[in-house]
Design a protein around this ligand. Sequence first.
Ligand SMILES: [Zn+2]
Length: 103
Amino acid sequence: MADEPDATPSREYAYTGSARIVSTYAVHDDDRFVCICGWEGSLAELETEVFEQVADGSCPKCDRMLVIREFPTLAYMRRWAARGNAEAARDLARAEQAREARR
Ligand SMILES: [Zn+2]
């Protein structure tokens, strides 16, 4: 995984020629995405499409793909949860419950 828990996350994602690939917990709700068409906004304002392993976010103005978010693995959730990330802790609890239920 590219984004380790102790890596300082970038707070502004300017478009640099291709969609930025990030892990789920590395992006914060108040991070800004800047498109070359001049559009600027938060993750929630992007057009989101969810796939099995990733979710992408595109500029709502020109449809350029700005970000690809990888869904976290269990090990990844554990690492972030151990660092006090509430979202990771919640996802981890859910994932472990689902595993228990399959037994
Ligand atoms: Zn755009």
